[in-house]
Design a protein around this ligand. Structure first.
Ligand code: FAD
Ligand code: FO1
Length: 472
């Protein structure tokens, strides 16, 4: 018998570790631990937990259909995995690896316990097309710290096709079920039962079926115009697969294969360019995961030493206004309302609000990074930290300073004010130019119950540049 421990690979198709287990035996028991150390952190979004639990529900059904079980525990994996392996006399425990520091420490500890007990452990890289260590600079075999050469190397390499879905599994017999019962497996709880409240529908239905359907829809209908449409937050032009990728509801090889098929079959340059642009985003995801793996200190603070000393002003009242979408800058506020209401925010807007928090409000990007993790249903340490360090200019990015002007961003990317109107109903009747520039007469704003701008962009960006110039 092999125990297969799921963590952020909540699917049976195209799962490297699970396919490898199936090569050894058909008696495979799936396990998931609702980990109190993760769920007790103060940066866990209720929407994300809801998505994860939805994926688990479908995964449990899949195991049942295949003839086995997915056991769910609300307990630390340090306690559950070794005990389960011992009591069931398992030949091995298999799982897929992750790049996060917590994951690596957790796994090392559990590997040591299992090895001491004489249980075999096998681990695999599944969530990336190229695992850390496979993409190193050609001259000195070091990890890349710059995206473009990473992309050149990464995109030139052959990628694996999807792995087969296991069939005909055998689950626990009656005696084994009794043994397992003493460890306290539970039915999958709702997010509410775990203390997380999120009642709105999620942007994407959880689980592998919905993720595969969305991939199919995206590749059939949207990917060919992605390069242009991805810039406009009012358009449904992106894949919306970020949470599915975070929790492994979809296999990365399957996703890649589908994009490659579109690439082979398309005959316009524009469509080709769009598909490659999307593939570049997949590579950004891998780049940030490699960065976190090789430079785990990224999770702790700024990568550029210069930024460790930056005199952030950290005004609580401004931070509150930013969180609530009450800054008086319509494009910023619309984006924050989208985040608060749906658990997702369009990429263009993530860049706008991150620039605004750091460069206009002079607030430490780590406050924003944490708030995003508290709200995003696709919140992911590597991608989120990468995005925030990029926006704050504190990361590996070679460009010294990046300052977005909210008004020109809105003019370019929401030219008819559609996105702003959707998320700010209180000012949706105003003139488009007022919405884009944010120049709303104070009395009008007051009558709408909308704030006047809490800061002046011109003034604040000068102040940011002054403080930046003073840094050693
Ligand atoms: P698509 O445009 O369809 O892209 C396809 C996939 O590529 C995404 O699902 C995602 O997995 C990956 N991807 C796209 N852009 C990026 C990127 N810049 N960096 C890394 N991966 C990328 N993405 C997250 O998945 N989780 C986060 O917590 C997160 N936080 C971010 C914070 C900031 C400040 C910024 C600027 C970006 C952040 N991103 C994050 C990246 C990006 O905004 C989202 O991945 C994207 O908006 C998700 O929508 P989509 O699935 O429709 O993306
Ligand atoms: N993984 C788990 O194994 N158990 C959990 O309870 C769990 C909760 C969770 C909540 C939010 C989130 O973003 C991820 C979560 N994960 C959980 C997945 C987690 O990312 C992986 O376990 C990582 O390997 C941890 O570093």
């Amino acid at each position: 018998m092999i125990i297969f421990w799921h963590r952020r690979d909540l699917r049976v198709h195209d799962n490297i570790g699970l396919a490898a287990a199936r090569e050894k035996t058909n008696k495979i028991i799936g396990v998931f631990c609702l980990d109190p150390d993760i769920l007790g952190r103060d940066d866990i979004a209720p929407a994300r937990v809801k998505y994860m639990l939805g994926c688990l529900k479908e995964l449990q059904q899949k195991y049942q259909q295949l003839g086995s079980q997915l056991l769910v525990f609300h307990n630390s994996p340090h306690k559950i995995i070794p005990q389960l392996a011992k009591k069931l006399h398992c030949q091995a425990v298999y799982w897929n690896l992750d790049v996060e520091p917590y994951s690596r420490q957790r796994d090392e500890k559990i590997i040591n316990i299992l090895k001491a007990e004489g249980v075999e452990v096998k681990t695999f890289w599944d969530q990336l097309l190229h695992p850390p260590g496979e993409i190193l600079s050609k001259d000195n075999q070091k990890p890349y710290t710059v995206y473009t050469p990473f992309w050149r190397n990464w995109s030139s390499r052959k990628k694996l096709p999807p792995f087969p879905t296991p069939t005909h599994l055998v689950g626990l017999d009656e005696t084994e079920k009794q043994i397992v019962a003493s460890l306290g497996p539970i039915p999958i709880p709702s997010e509410k039962e775990l203390g997380f409240a999120f009642s709105a529908p999620l942007p994407l239905t959880p689980g592998e079926t919905a993720a595969c359907q969305r991939l199919d829809y995206f590749c059939s209908n949207l990917i060919h115009q992605y390069a242009e449409n991805r810039n406009y937050p009012a358009i449904d032009g992106t894949s919306q697969l970020s949470a599915a990728l975070k929790f492994g509801a979809i296999g990365i090889r399957k996703l890649w294969q589908r994009a490659e098929e579109e690439l082979q079959n398309c005959n316009s340059e524009e469509a080709k360019n769009s598909i490659i642009t999307w593939q570049k985003e997949i590579a950004w995801r891998e780049f940030y995961q490699h960065c976190l793996y090789f430079f785990p200190q990224l999770a702790e603070g700024p990568y550029k030493p210069k930024f460790k000393q930056f005199p952030w002003q950290n005004r609580e009242d401004w931070f509150q206004a930013w969180c609530e979408g009450q800054t008086g800058y319509p494009i910023v506020d619309a984006a924050m309302r989208q985040l608060n209401e749906t658990g997702w925010m369009h990429n263009r807007c993530r860049m706008i609000v991150a620039s605004f928090l750091t460069k206009d409000l002079l607030i430490d990007w780590r406050w924003g990074e944490k708030y995003f993790m508290q709200k995003l249903y696709d919140g992911d340490l590597a991608a989120n930290n990468g995005g925030w360090q990029w926006s704050a200019s504190s990361g590996m990015d070679t460009q010294p300073l990046r300052i977005f002007n909210p008004s020109s961003q809105a003019q370019k990317f929401d030219p008819h004010g559609e996105y702003i109107r959707k998320w700010l109903p209180e000012i949706s009747h105003l003139d488009t130019q007022e919405l884009l520039t944010g120049n709303i007469p104070p009395l009008v704003a007051q009558n709408c119950g909308y704030p006047t701008p809490i800061v002046s962009h011109q003034q604040q960006q000068r102040e940011f540049k002054r403080l930046y110039a003073q840094m050693p």
